[in-house]
Design a protein around this ligand. Sequence first.
Ligand code: ADP
Length: 435
Amino acid sequence: MAGLWFRIVFILLAIGLGSGLVQLLAGGTAGLWAFVMGLAAWVGFQVWHLEKMVRWLNDFRLSNAPTGLGTWDLLYAAVYRLARSYERQQSQLQEMLKSFRSVTDAMPDGVVSLDDHHQITYASLRAEQHLGLKAQADLGRNILNLLRHPEFVRYLESGSWTSPVVLRGVPQPDRILQLQLIPYGQSERLLLTRDITQIERLETTRRDFVANVSHELKTPLTVLSGYVETLRDLPLNASQRGQALSTMGEQAERMQRLIDDLLTLGRLETEQTPPSDTPVDMPAMLARLLREAQALSQGCHSIRLLDTSGPRAVLGEDRELYSAFSNLVNNAVRYTPKDGSVSIQWQSQADGSALFRVQDSGPGIDKHHISRLTERFYRIDKGRSRETGGTGLGLAIVKHVASRHGGALEIQSAPGQGSVFGLRFPASRIARQTP
Ligand code: ADP
């Protein structure tokens, strides 16, 4: 509709100007007036379009695009096309930026980009978590004002970023971060952040484990080699030789026990979960545990099967379960002084689970030790443990067996009040029928 109106105005203007020009050439004054009026109208028309264009550009919206006549219409259309392609590019860029953000946010490592003045131009979600940055608020701020760790300041200012720097206690005291700067572009830098707390913890555990195993093997090995030298170099009588050989046997046994427990632990860590369709006969297991506990105690304790009303079978691996149960029973006998008592119970629980319990009247355990007892080589009384043939790995084995059977190890103890070690099995590991 507007296009038609413009066309009419345009034709009228052209007629006015044309007829004015013809009359002017014919020498009429009326022609002069018509020409001047026509020209004024023509200029006014151009100015009006120009203003329309300026108004549109000042409050630019594609939906507001004006329409015009001739060249103006072409001009409006050209500006419209340019603006549309610019908008399309803008939205494509926005999309790319969005997907770039979601990629960097999904990465386990954090990414921060810095300009040549160390100011943050971008930080991924993970980097914000690692460095304790605040989303938009910290953009444009100097990283050195936010991360003042002396190691990092030194690293950033050194300009030598071929290897990463490790910061301990950032942003929380128990965290360990690894940061690496990578130069890019003209003089920008990418700061990669990685939380290595877990890796460092595992590495420390591994180092401690190797050190502990070496230490545990070294003592019996030193004793053994001492006796080998003695037997080789000194003329011993039969009784001395007997004594030396029996001590050597004890030390060899000690090493054997340690190696057996290490192999068991290794197996428990790597082997597949125990079968959930193989019933392990519990009455036979309880009878065997009682016999062996009595043999270990050699009459020094009162050992009883108190309650054996639990399910007849647990679904799992016989060898593993025996290893866990016997570790608990042997510990109770080994740590309970002479004339103390040890009782074994196997009970069904109201929620369908079943509980194996070993209670002793031994020294009991202080609260702060309890959560650490299942750590490898953690011992409260080192002397008593070694004296009685302990390897320091028993409860670590029990914990593994429990979790492999979907169960848990429960410890209740207090100094002077004896201990109760319980192994709880979920209903899913209890056989419905007798084996
Ligand atoms: P160990 O071979 O030294 O007995 P364990 O892993 O079986 O290793 O036990 C870890 C530590 O827990 C023991 O060294 C001992 O100090 C403590 N402990 C285990 N069972 C008992 C118990 N029934 N009474 C008191 N202390 C215990």
